[in-house]
Design a protein around this ligand. Sequence first.
Ligand SMILES: NC(=O)c1ccc[n+]([C@@H]2O[C@H](COP(=O)([O-])OP(=O)(O)OC[C@H]3O[C@@H](n4cnc5c(N)ncnc54)[C@H](O)[C@@H]3O)[C@@H](O)[C@H]2O)c1
Ligand SMILES: [Zn+2]
Length: 352
Amino acid sequence: VKTAHESYPVVVERGALARLHEFIPSKTGKVFLTATEDVWALHKDAVTSGLRDRDFVPLFFPGGEEHKRFSSVEKLAEQMVRLGGDRSSIIIAFGGGVVNDMSGFLAAIFMRGIPVIQIPTTLLAQVDAAVGGKTGVNLVAGKNLIGSFHPPLAVIVDPDLIRTLPPREYRAGLFEVIKHGIIASPDLFEAMTTRAADVIAQKDDIVDYMIGESVRIKSEVVSTDEKEGDLRRILNFGHTFGHALESETKYSRFLHGEAVAWGMNAATHLSRDVGLLSAAEAEAILRTIALYGPIPSVEGLRAENLEARLVADKKSIQGKVHFVLADRIGHVVVRSDVAPEAALRAIRAALQ
Ligand SMILES: NC(=O)c1ccc[n+]([C@@H]2O[C@H](COP(=O)([O-])OP(=O)(O)OC[C@H]3O[C@@H](n4cnc5c(N)ncnc54)[C@H](O)[C@@H]3O)[C@@H](O)[C@H]2O)c1
Ligand SMILES: [Zn+2]
């Protein structure tokens, strides 16, 4: 991935964790490894052997989106100082998107910035969160409202790590893979359509392919456009609607990937409604998303409330909502001239 000043590698390789020690620069001081207790318990042997004989200090974040807060970051920073951390220290972030985001932010601000190596352990983090250098934590007012761009030293994606993932978390990550297919890769979309049984059974070859292809797409997009101009926006396909669903249900009913699945349904209805996408391709998208369902019920949700949330989304600038719409499978466009009634119709269709 190319960043404004340099570049970093994203390694996607089965067993890559065994090579972790190769990515630590020679003059590094203390090595801190940040994780949650559950992931540490499952994979501590693999990480420890990947670091060879290198000393390191494990530090623990409480898991869960509700703990993705500034106070958790501050607590770990205090511990790091007590344990002798300084400007030569490095952080290895070992966990899902929550740990990746918080650890990246901790690295960004600790002593005005130290390096971080990202090792994502959920499918969602491997195909999305760990690449791109966005870090941050939540405020009461909303998700990811404070943070910083802090490109990692390296991202190590080891598909073996996701074997222990709860099935629901795995399926939620698959929707971000489908998203990558819709925005940039007809082949990936086709594979998610025709090989659903293998995908669900986590066959190595298809898992490697979908992670590799997703990382390639995300890396290309963020390389060209690190700070979210129009190109980076295409990664938000399904997210404008999805974020509205997440906030309307107070982040408790849907996993992020599941909300994105619903959001992609709405975005697909909208793409067809405004005449960009053929009915046949819209059907194909809706069918493929449904292969990986069901997602939690949307019963009791009101279209008008969701529509109001769209406008409040932090990515809408001066009241204009930017919709990412598909004009064919494998290609999207960004539109800010969509009539509110059309968006409302799309929400209604997705709520059916
Ligand atoms: N920075 C970005 O560009 C970006 C992009 C997308 C999402 N995100 C962020 O990512 C977060 C969501 O990440 P997530 O979906 O990975 O959730 P998560 O980090 O909460 O992980 C989900 C659950 O799986 C557990 N887990 C992690 N790895 C495991 C493993 N290998 N085996 C068993 N259990 C494991 C975790 O402890 C947790 O309970 C959100 O906060 C979101 O804002 C960031
Ligand atoms: Zn997402």
